[in-house]
Design a protein around this ligand. Structure first.
Ligand code: FES
Length: 143
């Protein structure tokens, strides 16, 4: 099995309102994507405190405030800004926009045993975006 990076389409940009987040599924991993107006940022949709859904948080500048207990997460680097004494962070993902579609860079592990649902990106509302055919026999994994 080998790992390589690939870009996966996860949402239409118009479906992510300005200064809000949305949760998308890539494989079995939930990722929060945020529209900052001039760009999109993405982090794991799991607060390092107790797993709160960061996609539902309040966006403030380049940060999001967790809706459960108010921890503030820097969306650029994933570091916790409040509680500042907590050396925790969430994983970040590179983003790219192509023709109105948001893509995330993820690690793909090539497997000899294809799985039918290993690389379909699905938004929380259940709509899906098919990934390119050349990734048909790859399983998504993450570092
Ligand atoms: S779960 Fe996010 S601050 Fe507690």
């Amino acid at each position: 099995m080998s790992a390589s990076k690939e870009w996966v389409r996860v949402a239409y940009c118009e479906d992510i309102p300005l200064h809000e987040g949305r949760a998308v599924l890539v494989g079995d991993r939930e990722i929060a994507v945020f529209n900052l107006g001039d760009r999109f940022l993405a982090v794991d949709n799991r607060c390092p405190h107790r797993g709160g859904p960061l996609a539902d948080g309040i966006v403030s500048g380049e940060s999001v405030v967790c809706p459960l207990h108010g921890w503030k997460i820097d969306l650029q680097n994933g570091n916790v800004q409040r509680q500042a004494e907590t050396p925790a962070c969430v994983k970040t993902f590179a983003t790219r926009v192509e023709a109105g579609t948001l893509l995330l860079e993820v690690i793909s592990e090539t497997s000899r045993c294809p799985r039918s649902n290993g690389h379909v990106a699905v938004s929380r509302d259940g709509s899906s975006l098919e990934t390119p055919k050349e990734h048909e026999y790859e399983d998504l994994g993450f570092s």
